[in-house]
Write a protein of this length. Structure first.
Length: 337
C-alpha cells in the first residue's frame, strides 16, 4: 500500500513497536485505520515531509489515505517520548506512559489508543508541543483527541488547547477549553462559531478543516464521551493570503488543571477521520478478539494496541468490554456503533 496522499503529520505519542504515540521503527502496515478510511487508497498526492527526529519513530499507520504532510510519533525505544515534536515549550509537558504489565499506572485519560499519550499540566507559563511540518500550507485537515480532565482547563481570555499559526506567529485557528465548552476562533471568519459543549473527564475527537481563500469554508467537528454522533460547526473565512506554518497542542499561560492529548494526524487533502472505537486489537474490526484484548488489560496481563475505551472515559474497564459484546451481538445501543 502506498504512502497515500500528502499527510502533514501523524504525531502519535507511542512506545516501542508502536505502543501508540511514538515508535522507534517505521511501521509499514495500516495500524489502526480510521473508522471511515479505506485500505484501498493509492498514492495520489505527494508526501511533504516525514521527519525522524533522533531515534523517535515515525509511524506510517495512516499514511495511506490522504495527503500526509508528515508522520511523527511519540515513542522512544522502550518508553513514551515527545522528542518527535518540532519543539516543546515549558515544563509540565510530558509523555503519558501506560506502562508495562502487570502493573499499569491507571490514571484517568492518559491515552486514547495503544500505550502512550501527551500530558499537559496547567499553571504558570504556556505549555505545549509544536509541529512545524505543515510549512506554508494552504489547505489543512487535522484530527486529535483531547481528554478534558477535571477542571476543564482554560480560563484565560486568550486560552488554547490548540493553535494553528501563520509564519508571523499570528493565530489562524484557536481552540480553547473554557467553562465546559470548546470555543473556536478563526481569523477572517464571517461570523462567530458556536461553542461546542463538553464534559469533564472524557475523551473527545476534534476534527478541523481549513483552507486559504476569499470565501473558504471552515469546519470543526467534535465527538466524544461515548456519543453516537458528532457536533459540527461551520463558517466561511476571508483569508486569501493565509498560509499555515505551525501547530501547537497544550495549555496557555495561566491555565489550570491537566489535559491529555493523543493521535494527532494532519493532512492536506483527505480528512483523517476518527479512529475505529472499540477496535482494541487494532485490526480494523470490532469482534470477539477485541473483547479478549480488553479483558487482558482489565486483568493487567497486557495493554490494548488499539482503541479499547468504548465509553471514552479514559479508563479501560468492564463497561468497555460490555459495549464490545453488545456490538458483537448487533445491539444498536452499543457505544461501539
Amino acid at each position: 500500500m502506498g504512502l497515500g496522499v500528502a499527510v502533514y503529520t501523524v504525531l502519535l505519542f507511542r512506545k516501542s513497536f508502536c505502543g501508540r504515540l511514538l515508535c522507534t521503527l517505521i511501521e509499514p502496515k495500516t495500524n489502526a485505520k480510521s473508522a471511515n478510511q479505506s485500505d484501498s487508497r493509492t498514492v495520489s498526492d505527494q508526501t511533504f515531509h516525514i521527519p525522524i527526529r533522533g531515534i523517535t519513530m515515525i509511524r506510517l499507520k495512516t499514511l495511506l489515505g490522504a495527503a500526509i504532510f508528515s508522520a511523527v510519533a511519540f515513542t522512544g525505544a522502550n518508553a513514551c517520548s515527545i522528542s518527535a515534536w518540532s519543539a516543546v515549550d515549558s515544563l509540565g509537558v510530558v509523555a503519558a506512559d501506560s506502562g508495562e504489565a502487570p502493573a499499569f499506572p491507571r490514571y484517568s485519560g492518559q491515552r486514547y489508543s495503544a500505550r502512550c499519550g501527551l500530558r499537559v499540566v496547567g499553571g504558570g507559563t504556556a505549555k505545549y508541543v509544536q509541529d512545524n511540518t505543515p510549512t506554508n500550507a494552504t489547505s489543512y485537515k487535522a484530527r486529535f483527541y483531547v481528554f478534558t480532565g477535571t477542571t476543564l482547563a482554560d480560563t484565560t481570555t486568550n486560552g488554547f488547547v490548540y493553535l494553528a499559526r501563520d509564519g508571523a506567529g499570528a493565530n489562524l485557528i484557536r481552540i480553547a477549553l473554557t467553562g465546559g465548552n470548546l470555543i473556536t476562533t478563526v481569523t477572517g471568519s464571517a461570523g462567530a462559531i458556536a461553542p461546542i459543549p463538553v464534559v469533564a473527564d472524557k475523551f473527545y475527537s476534534v476534527e478541523i478543516e481549513w483552507a486559504q481563500g476569499a470565501a473558504s469554508p471552515f469546519s470543526i467537528k467534535v465527538q466524544g464521551a461515548g456519543a453516537p454522533t458528532a457536533v459540527t460547526q461551520t463558517t466561511t473565512t476571508n483569508n486569501a493570503a493565509g498560509v499555515l506554518k505551525d501547530v501547537r497542542l497544550g495549555l496557555s499561560a495561566g491555565s489550570t488543571g491537566t489535559v491529555f492529548f493523543d493521535e494527532y494526524d494532519s493532512r492536506r487533502t483527505t480528512a483523517p477521520g476518527r479512529l475505529l472505537k472499540c477496535d482494541a486489537n487494532n485490526d480494523g474490526l470490532v469482534a470477539i478478539g477485541d473483547r479478549v484484548v480488553i479483558n487482558n488489560e482489565i486483568l493487567n496481563l497486557s495493554l490494548a494496541t488499539g482503541q479499547p475505551d468504548a465509553n471514552e472515559d479514559g479508563i479501560v474497564s468492564v463497561a468497555d468490554r460490555v459495549q464490545v459484546n453488545n456490538k458483537i451481538l448487533n445491539n444498536p445501543a452499543s457505544l461501539c456503533n
